[in-house]
Design a protein. Sequence first.
Length: 77
Amino acid sequence: PLPERVISPRAALFAPRRAWPRCLKDCEGEVAACQIAPYPPGIPVVAPGEQITKKELAYLQEIGYNMLSEVRVIGEA
């Protein structure tokens, strides 16, 4: 199953956003303000407006994605 879309990608791109104060591995339950797309292959795992869940975080960790990277989420700055 795909990640749950909470708001449309367009609304997510224009919504107030903030840098998650911790790192990607700690953002379960937050709504992404930008895509999370490991490269290669560059295919988004999480798109703007989708909720970041344990499943996506587990996949990113399994493929060796930098789980300490900053992520932008929906919310007041």
